[in-house]
Design a protein around this ligand. Structure first.
Ligand code: MN
Length: 416
């Protein structure tokens, strides 16, 4: 791109570069665990294998395969995945800080385990019904137990960004001494602001001597921003989910985190980004959770242009209105014809077919396009969209309210 020097790129200015950015970043993908916890989603073993295989081929560094203690079926899936033998990805499974969960992971023969417990007083009091000291003991015991089994150990705290920072630090220090290989700071309900995330991470970076990881949720649409803020302060193992899937509003999307690192930070992730769209589509097809049309990078509209001024700009130089070259994520740009269409796209499309037309005819074609687009029945479109939304709602996985009561009636032998 010869004209790049016509743009001011603040992102790469020395005085604006983050000081604590790690030299090496490993992407830890959570699609097959947290992602699968998207309401209504259940993946088959074949679906998990094909998604994991593509991630491996693309060079995703760590893949969380699942939570073997959840069910016998889940254990089988994780086991099958571990047998696949990936060439680039390290396979990980999740466990609570209890021996049975850790045994289940070890039994699956994964490379790494992530053992988790909550750290906020709210979770400790109401969910765990434990004391802060008991949490530390449980964590230390689980880490030592897992280390004794020869796996890479990641210590994860839930709700870390709503935990007392002094307590969190002492918990992590105990985990570090117990031999954990990494620490995972979770913004479990997406509650941190980027500046808060930076504060927490820099506090921990100064007091711990161990690789840090971060797990950010998207409840306020800040998952990517918080993940990048954490990386700027030294986090080297960010969690992501393909398409931003996951509990509630989901997790930091893989595609956003990777492309931001590549383009906004000039960082080489080593990931084959040109397969990003293919991975997104494969995963959407397994999850059956349709993506928003305007979703960054992988949404239908992410590389499409309609407005005359924009189309004119892109045709003259793609960088005018495209911050990401579409081919870099395996996509094509598209031009949409409608109310905002201008003459340049018409001229461009005609030229492709070897047709030339005088200016007044081009204008006439544009006017007819605008007229057709504006006079299409909005009511008809609205009805179609509503029907499609209804179909999507009804097609979600899981069990419907009616099916639930049918099961209850059958099991209890009562009429509800
Ligand atoms: Mn999560």
């Amino acid at each position: 791109m010869v004209d790049e020097n016509l743009l001011v790129n603040y992102n790469i200015m020395e005085e604006l570069r983050p000081k604590h950015m790690p030299d090496e970043i490993k992407i830890w993908d959570e699609t097959l665990r947290d992602g699968e916890q998207t309401p209504g989603v259940a993946l088959s073993v074949d679906e998990k294998i094909s998604i994991a295989k593509m991630m491996d081929e693309m060079g995703i560094h760590i893949i969380d395969a699942g939570f073997p203690a959840v069910a016998e079926s889940e254990r089988k899936v994780v086991k099958t995945l571990a047998k696949e033998g990936f060439s680039n990805s390290s396979l990980l499974a999740s466990a609570r800080t209890v021996h049975g969960d850790i045994d289940a992971c070890v039994d699956c023969d994964v490379d790494e385990i992530a053992t988790f417990i909550a750290a906020s007083d709210l979770h400790i009091k109401y969910k765990l019904k434990m004391s802060r000291e008991e949490v530390i003991q449980r964590a230390v015991d689980a880490i030592q137990y897992a280390k004794d089994h020869g796996v890479v150990v990641n210590f994860v705290t839930e709700d870390s960004t709503r935990s007392d920072l002094e307590y969190l630090t002492s918990l992590y220090k105990a985990a570090e001494e117990a031999g954990t290989d990494r620490i995972v700071i979770s913004d479990t309900v997406g509650f941190a602001r980027p500046a808060v995330m930076k504060h927490i991470i820099s506090h921990l970076r100064e007091r711990l001597n161990i690789p840090l990881s971060v797990h950010c949720h998207n409840d306020f649409g800040l998952a990517t921003a918080n993940t990048l803020a954490a990386i700027e302060e030294g986090v080297s193992v960010p969690h992501t989910c393909i398409n931003g899937y996951g509990e509630r509003a989901g997790n930091a999307p893989l595609e956003e985190v990777v492309m931001a690192l590549e383009i906004l930070y000039g960082y080489d992730t080593g990931i084959k980004t040109e397969r990003m769209y293919e991975l997104s589509k494969l995963t959407e097809d397994a999850f059956l959770v349709p993506l928003a049309i305007h979703k960054p990078i992988v949404g239908e509209n992410a590389f499409s242009h309609e407005a005359g001024i924009h189309v004119h700009g892109v045709l003259a130089h793609a960088l005018t209105y495209e911050p990401i070259p579409p081919e870099m994520v395996g996509r094509d740009r598209s031009f949409f014809l409608g109310k905002h269409t201008g003459a340049h796209i018409v001229e461009f499309k005609l030229k492709e077919k070897g047709i030339t037309a005088p200016k007044d005819k081009l204008i006439e074609i544009v006017q007819q396009i605008k007229f057709s687009a504006e006079t299409r029945s909005k009511e008809e479109l609205r009805e179609t969209i509503h029907k499609a939304q209804e179909v999507i709602r009804k097609s979600r996985g899981g069990i419907s309210e009616e099916e639930f009561w049918e099961i209850v009636e059958k099991v209890l032998g009562v009429k509800v």
